[in-house]
Every structure is written in C-alpha cells, then in structure tokens.
Design a protein around this ligand. Structure first.
Ligand code: CU
Length: 211
C-alpha cells in the first residue's frame, strides 16, 4: 500500500513531465455544458477550469471531469483555511528494519528514505499524502475526516474546512496503483460563493456561486 502510493506520486510527476514535453502541441475545443466543468483541457486550456465561474441554485450539483488528452491529473479542492492546504508528499517515521516491497511490478522503483534525526531507531520515508491524492472531506472543526469513494457525489454544506476530489485522471488513464478517479460531483446545499483550486497546479482556480 505504501509503495503503491509512492509509485503513484512518481508516476504523476512523470506524467506531468511527459505533458510538458508533448502536451503543448495538442489543441482541443472546450465545450462546457451547464453544471459541468472541464478540469484541464488541451492546448492553452490545459491548466484551467472551464468555465472558471459557474452559478447554480441551492441543491443543484456541479460535475468536474478531467478532459485532458494526456494522462495529466487535476484535483477540485475546496479549502477554507490556508493551513488546510495539504502537501502532496510528507515524511513519515518508521522503524529502521521496515522493508518496502513494490506492489506493482516495475524494474526501477525505490522509496525515498532518510535518517530520522529525532529517533536513531527510525528512518523517514516520503509518502504520498492521502489527503491530497484521494477524495476526502473534513468538517469545520478540522477533526472529523470522511473518506469518500472515487467519483463521488458529495453534499457540500459550505462550512467544511476541506473537500477534495482526489487526483482525477482522464477517463481510463489512471496509472497502475492509482485510484481510477475521473470525475467529482458536488451538490451545493447552501447559498454562498465557494472558491476552489487544483492542488497539483495551484494557479488553477475556479468559483461556484450558489443562489
Ligand atoms: Cu491541475
């Protein structure tokens, strides 16, 4: 499980690198329907939510899908306090004798580890942060964490401290070991103006206005 997540993160970085090399030549039409938002696109829209701003009525839903032509992930992430912005990876302390066995056959993978300066019996292993890569909701107290199913329809009260889609891949392009998340649907229960970002490309931002 641990290795799978590290592998997923590395594949994500690889996918991003491949996108930088090959993705810029793609062009595509962005054809947004009512209450649907494209997360990423092609050509110059690859790092945008389209439409960037949507307006719905209370109890209506908005669905985001990843419309990339290459395997580049995006997230839809509502954060109401900057300290709740999660790092994509984080160090965790494990006993020095902990061994990691790759769960997905691959000839060239290895976890990143380093000494734990606070405990000589332990080492640090850099892990994918589940709160960033998986669908998660955290309530206004920042203590009650709900793990959502991939491609969830989440009922959003509006006062949550954190609501995340997880890494959404173009349909069918999630890499081995990654949850096959291709969409995220949010039903907005209460009027308000709600801002969201993509954790992987934090300059990607959008707004939902609920009347
Ligand atoms: Cu993104």
């Amino acid at each position: 499980m641990m290795i799978t997540k590290i592998t997923t993160a590395n594949i994500g970085l690889l996918a991003f690198s491949l996108f930088v090399v090959y993705g810029v030549s793609f062009q595509g039409d962005v054809n947004a329907l009512s209450n649907t938002v494209n997360a990423g696109g092609n050509g110059t829209s690859w790092d945008k939510f389209t439409p960037q701003n949507v307006t719905v009525n209370a109890d209506e839903s908005v669905t985001w899908t990843n419309t990339m032509q290459v395997a580049e992930p995006h997230t839809v992430t509502f954060v109401n306090d900057r300290e709740m912005i999660p790092p994509l990876v984080a160090p965790f302390s494990v006993p020095n004798n902990t061994e990691f066995t790759p769960a997905v056959p691959a000839p060239n993978v290895e976890p990143t580890t380093m000494p734990d300066s606070s405990n000589p019996n332990n080492k640090l292993v850099i892990m994918d942060n589940h709160r960033a890569s998986a669908p998660v909701a955290i309530d206004s107290t920042k203590t009650n964490v709900t793990h959502l199913q991939p491609n969830s329809n989440y009922s959003f009260a509006g006062d949550e401290s954190y609501v995340n889609s997880g890494w959404m891949w173009p349909m069918g392009q999630a890499p081995p070991g990654a949850p096959p998340i291709a969409s995220f649907t949010v039903t907005f229960e209460n009027p308000g103006t709600y801002h969201y970002i993509c954790l992987i490309h934090p300059w990607m931002a959008g707004t939902v206005v609920v009347n």
